[in-house]
Structure formats: structure tokens, C-alpha cells
Ligand binder design. Structure first.
Ligand code: ADP
Length: 493
């Protein structure tokens, strides 16, 4: 099969969040299985060109119709760690992608609508006819709309579109001027409530809504999140639309990069181990304690690694710290926030706990320390309010660190409670709680700390069972291939 990914990010060349890892990881796995994959990205001035091999101009004069005129683009080609990537560079006074950073501008909707249009124009003019186009998040959500409304009639009739929503919070809500600029026109038609009109703002266009309507299949990043977005407020207003289109909507878990996250080879950790040599994990625990100046004591280390964002259940993270310290565990936190107030709170907490030999809070982003925490900790706490997929719990499992998580989104799909799961005993791998409150968290954390102290052999068994899970790209890639095959053959989808 020939698949083209059109996205605003791809790791590591242009990465802001998990979307970049998915585009890279899925493309790689599909290629390993013999499929042809190409990735189309904007050519950002801030992208990491040191991760591109053989970057050179492939097309000099790609004219893209835009806002009643046309913009000339150059299309570059290069390999990103083996992936074939095209980079679109528009030459225009707006300098769409020469802004020093990826997102955060008042005209983001225009920037990425232009990119969406340019990507299709490139396929058309370069004679590329993939079987499937796979788009990601609102930035490329206009691709399926433009494909159906304009480009199918211009020569791209046989292309099928799959769209993945990584984050429902950002939907690409913009004014109807985007319709004129892209050549769709007809605001009365497209901005109607049963098309791309936004439910909450009746004067606005919702690009993600357009992507849902016009794609042949829509996915989000875990099966449980696919249920949640239809039945709860985490769909951020798109629940009804998804309900109407549920026959072409599903959840596929993200995979974890098993090359980057491999306790047998990880260059960031002093002691390598696998599920048959769990005892070697202890050397990593010692190294973690030494690095963070924690005392050497017969207590488990509970940890949090992740963004400090309201979504992650900040009050519960805070509670987990104090509860762990008071109930026989040490606590390590590595967190970074984008909001000033949140960072400030955790800095204060850090000062308050500074002299506690059982606790260390590190505010900031530190890849190296993250690896050592996953390898050295015993428990990883994730009390998220919502979590579309979540990678940290999968990393923890691979590194023999038992996840203690709230039953939401991808956490519910990947962590199975040691005491209460419906799964057979040998498939259980962590501790799970339902309610986003202190008693809920305590119920799981107490059982985890209790098992570590009271039943070390059983705790080791739980660790081993977690390490045996396969959360690589192996299964998710097959699910995406099933979706691609389904939409290729179901022509009326
Ligand atoms: P989200 O995508 O919502 O941030 P995920 O659990 O899906 O959460 O992915 C988070 C990833 O980012 C994990 O690989 C985690 O280790 C890493 N990470 C998050 N915050 C930090 C940090 N402060 N330092 C190092 N790595 C971090």
C-alpha cells in the first residue's frame, strides 16, 4: 500500500508533542512491513535540520491557489532517520513557517489551511496517487474537505482519507474567511450547523468537524477515549457529531518507541535489565537515590514524570506526594509546566519539602533524568483527569515500574488492576482507581505501597507481568492497516 502522512509535526525534525512521535513511529512500522510511506510537513525555519539527511529542493515551482491569487512554493525532500519527508516552503510575505516557533500565532488557521491546500496541490502536480492519505489533528483537518470538494474532481479521485484526532481540546475554530482563502467558498453551505459550523460559536468554522464529516475514517488514540469523547465532556462539543458518524470512528492505541525506551540497551541508565533479570533494577534505584540525594531506605519510590497541566490532575499529584511520604514511600517528581501559576505552586512545594530526605521535586524538562526515574522507581502515579492515550504508563511498564493510574482514556486500556481487574491474574499489571478525589487515589496507592512492603514476591511478579506486555507499534500499526484496507475497499465509506 502507498500511504502519505500529512501532518504539522514529525519526530524528531519538528516535534512539539506526542503527535510527532505517532507520525514518525507509525510511518516507520508501516515501512518495516513493506508499505510505501511518505510524510509531508511544512518547512519550518525552526525545525531540526540536523535530523534530516540529504535535504534538497525537489520541486521549485509549486504554485498553490490561495485567496484569489497563488503562492509559489518550493518543496524540499530529505530522509528523517530513514523516513521519506517532503517539506513545503511557501514564498510569501506572510512568512507562514518562518516565525521561529511552530504554533501560537493569530493566523495559525490560515497557516495550516494553506499547508493543507499546498500538500494536496503537491500530490496533484507531482503525479502522486497514494491509496490513503492520513492526516493528524486540526492542522491538517481541511485536507479531507478539500480532497472531496475540490481535488477529487481535479484528478485525486481515488484517494481515501483517514484522520486521527490526538487532542480534542484544540479543534481549529476560525472565521469563514478560511473558506474564501482555500477556494471552498460558499460560506452559507459550509458554515451550516450540519457541515463545518461550530456548535458553540455560530459564526465560526470548526475544522475538526469538517475532518470528521469528510474523512473515510476517523480515529483517536485509544479505544476508551473513543468512547469517552462521545459520552462525556472530554469530546469538547464534538460528541454529537462523532455519534452521528460512529460507524467510521474508532480508537487505536498509540505505540511506544521500543528502540528509545529499552531497559536492555538504554544509554541513560547504569544497569540494564529485562523481565528475567528484574533484580538488576535495584542498581538503578540506588543511582536515582544518589543523584537526587534521597536516603537509602527500605521504602518504595513513587514517581510522577510529565507535564504539570490541569489535565494531569494537579491536586491529586500533590496529594500523592504527601500521602506517599506519610505512608511508607519516597516520592520523586519530574515535571514541567507551561503556565506560570502552576510552576510557581510546585516551586513552593519544592522549597517546602527541600529538607525531606525521602522526597525530590525537579521542575523542568530533563530527558536523561526521566529515563533514570522510569528505571529506578517502583511506582508511577498518573491521576489524570483525562488522558487520550498516555505514554508514561507504557514506559513505566516496560521499565518494571508499576503504574498507579486513574481509569480514564488510554490508561484504562493499558493498566489492569492487581486486585479487581476482570482480566486473569497473570495479565494484571498495576493499580487503578475510578474517582478523581483523594480517597480514590489513596485506595490505589495504599494497595501498591502495601504490596511492596507486605508481599515482595508478589510485587516482583506484578512487575514482571507488566514488563511482558507489548505496547510497541506492532499491534497499533496492524490496526491502522486494517482501517486503511477497510476504507480502500469500502468505496461508499
Ligand atoms: P502528554 O502527551 O499529555 O504530555 P504522555 O504521557 O502521552 O503525556 O507523554 C509524555 C511524554 O513526555 C513521556 O515520554 C514523558 O516521559 C515525557 N515528559 C513529560 N514531561 C517531562 C519532563 N518534565 N522531563 C522529561 N520528560 C518528560
Amino acid at each position: 500500500m502507498y500511504i502519505v502522512m500529512i501532518a504539522s509535526e514529525c519526530a524528531p525534525v519538528a516535534k512539539v508533542g506526542g503527535l510527532a512521535d505517532v507520525v514518525y513511529g507509525l510511518s516507520r512500522e508501516l515501512e518495516l512491513r513493506g508499505h510505501a510511506v511518505e510524510v509531508i510537513l511544512p518547512k519550518y525555519d525552526c525545525m531540526r535540520v540536523d535530523h534530516v539527511w540529504g535535504l534538497e529542493v525537489d520541486h521549485h515551482d509549486l504554485w498553490v491557489p490561495w485567496d484569489g491569487g497563488a503562492i509559489r512554493c518550493s518543496v524540499w525532500f530529505g530522509f528523517v532517520h530513514g523516513r521519506k519527508c517532503f517539506f513545503i516552503e511557501p514564498h510569501c510575505r506572510q512568512e507562514f513557517f518562518n516565525r521561529g516557533t511552530y504554533y501560537g500565532f493569530a493566523d495559525d488557521a490560515e497557516r495550516f489551511a494553506f499547508f493543507s491546500k499546498a500538500a494536496l496541490e503537491f500530490l496533484l502536480q507531482a503525479g502522486k496517487r497514494p491509496d490513503v492519505i492520513h492526516t493528524h489533528d486540526w492542522h491538517t483537518g481541511l485536507v479531507p474537505v478539500l480532497l472531496y470538494e475540490i481535488y477529487a474532481g481535479a484528478g485525486l479521485a481515488d484517494l481515501r482519507a483517514c484522520h486521527t484526532i490526538h487532542n480534542f481540546r484544540h479543534q481549529g475554530i476560525t472565521g469563514p474567511h478560511i473558506l474564501e482563502a482555500t477556494g471552498l467558498g460558499r460560506p452559507g453551505y459550509f458554515a451550516a450547523p450540519d457541515r463545518m459550523g461550530d456548535d458553540l460559536d455560530h459564526h465560526a468554522i470548526n475544522i475538526t468537524r469538517g475532518a470528521i464529516l469528510y474523512s473515510n475514517f476517523v480515529t483517536t488514540v485509544s479505544p476508551h477515549h473513543a468512547w469517552e469523547v462521545r459520552h462525556s465532556e472530554v469530546g469538547f462539543g464534538l460528541g454529537h457529531t462523532l455519534h452521528l458518524h460512529q460507524a467510521k470512528f474508532g480508537g487505536i492505541l498509540n505505540g511506544l518507541d521500543y528502540e528509545m525506551w529499552n531497559p536492555e540497551l538504554d544509554p541513560h541508565i547504569p544497569s540494564h535489565f529485562n523481565s528475567s533479570s528484574i533484580e538488576k533494577k535495584a542498581a538503578n534505584t540506588r543511582a536515582l537515590r544518589e543523584r537526587l540525594l534521597l536516603r537509602d531506605t527500605a521504602r518504595p519510590i513513587a514517581a510522577y514524570v510529565g507535564r504539570l497541566d490541569a489535565q494531569k490532575g494537579l491536586h491529586l499529584i500533590r496529594h500523592a506526594i504527601f500521602h506517599s511520604l506519610q505512608h511508607g514511600a519516597q516520592f520523586v517528581l519530574l515535571g514541567s509546566g507551561s503556565e506560570h501559576g502552576i510552576n510557581e505552586d510546585f516551586w513552593q512545594l519544592r522549597c517546602r519539602l527541600n529538607d525531606d530526605p525521602d522526597c525530590h521535586l525537579e521542575i523542568g524538562y530533563d530527558e536523561d533524568l526521566a529515563h533514570l526515574i522510569y528505571a529506578g522507581a517502583d511506582l508511577l502515579v498518573m491521576p489524570s483527569l483525562y488522558e487520550p492515550c498516555g505514554l508514561s504508563q507504557m514506559i513505566a511498564l516496560r521499565y518494571g515500574t508499576v503504574p498507579v493510574v486513574r481509569a480514564v482514556g488510554g490508561l484504562k486500556d493499558t493498566v489492569f488492576d492487581w486486585d479487581f481487574s476482570e482480566r486473569p491474574r497473570h495479565e494484571r499489571n498495576g493499580f487503578v482507581f475510578e474517582h478523581a478525589d483523594n480517597p480514590g487515589l489513596e485506595s490505589a496507592l495504599d494497595r501498591a505501597i502495601g504490596l511492596w512492603h507486605g508481599e515482595p514476591a508478589l510485587f516482583r511478579e506484578l512487575v514482571r507481568q507488566g514488563m511482558l506486555y507489548d505496547y510497541s507499534w506492532n499491534h497499533p500499526a496492524q490496526h491502522y492497516l486494517d482501517v486503511y484496507e477497510f476504507i480502500r475497499h469500502k468505496r461508499d465509506a
